[in-house]
Design a protein around this ligand. Structure first.
Ligand code: C5P
Length: 222
């Protein structure tokens, strides 16, 4: 077997949550650990790819052979993704915050003791995956992730169409909670659904690299 099936390919991976500041000491975040995205970046490098990992704030070590760019917010992640192009494939694993604080305060919001509760207005973040799908520099293979709690396949099919990507890797986060060590994924594409057994995140990543290598070889032999 070919042990470096992604040799000569350039892969872009996003991973982790984003943090959206409210004031200098507070932020909006989510439960993404970054483990699946980092495992994917690691597996891509092992498979011989040149890998650029745009990572939200997570305390994980950079996998060997991976070039990592740390970001905090969705807006920063969008800019680094744009700057990283072109790529043969992009795998958007990050759990990007849907909303950020509409205005970030320069000073800490103080509790004044009167019982006044400050309002928190939100603004919509850019959808990085959907933006990439429409971009002139769209990677030939564009992969999104979907963490769902119900109707996993139906939601993934809808997401595939809405986002304009080629595959959605969907998983049920009520069966495999965010931050855990395993995932049971369904790869949804225009060709149908490929459902895998529950596997450690590293095994999901390695299997996904084989599938990506096969797909890239079909379109343009390396
Ligand atoms: O429907 P949802 O936005 O949760 O879809 C998740 C997929 O979209 C993931 O691949 C995620 O990385 C990507 N995404 C993004 N930018 C956003 C929101 C989600 O790239 N603002």
């Amino acid at each position: 077997a070919n042990h470096r099936p992604l040799y000569g390919r350039r892969l872009l991976v996003t991973a982790g949550p984003t943090h959206e500041p409210i004031d200098p000491v507070r932020y909006i975040a989510n439960r993404s650990s970054g483990k699946q995205g980092f495992a994917i970046a690691a597996a891509a490098a092992e498979a011989g790819a040149e890998v650029l990992l745009v990572a939200g704030p997570v305390p994980l070590p950079t996998p060997p052979g991976v070039v990592r760019i740390d970001v905090e917010t969705a807006v920063e992640m969008a800019a680094e993704v744009e700057a990283a192009l072109p790529a043969d494939a992009a795998i958007m694993v990050a759990a990007v915050a849907d909303w950020r604080a509409a205005d970030t305060r320069a000073k800490k919001i103080k509790k004044d003791g009167s019982g006044h509760v400050p309002p928190l207005a939100l603004a919509e973040n850019p959808d990085i995956l959907a933006g990439l799908a429409r971009s002139a520099k769209r990677p030939p293979l564009l992969i999104g992730f979907a963490a769902e709690t119900n109707d996993v396949i139906d939601h993934a099919q809808a997401k595939l169409a809405r986002k304009g990507c080629d595959w959605i890797v969907a998983n049920d986060v009520s069966a495999d909670p965010m931050g855990g060590e395993t995932n049971r994924v369904h790869i949804v594409s225009k060709d149908g659904v490929d459902s895998w057994d529950r596997l450690p995140k590293q095994a999901v990543a390695r299997k996904l690299m084989e599938k990506i290598a096969d797909e890239l070889d079909k379109c343009s032999p390396a």
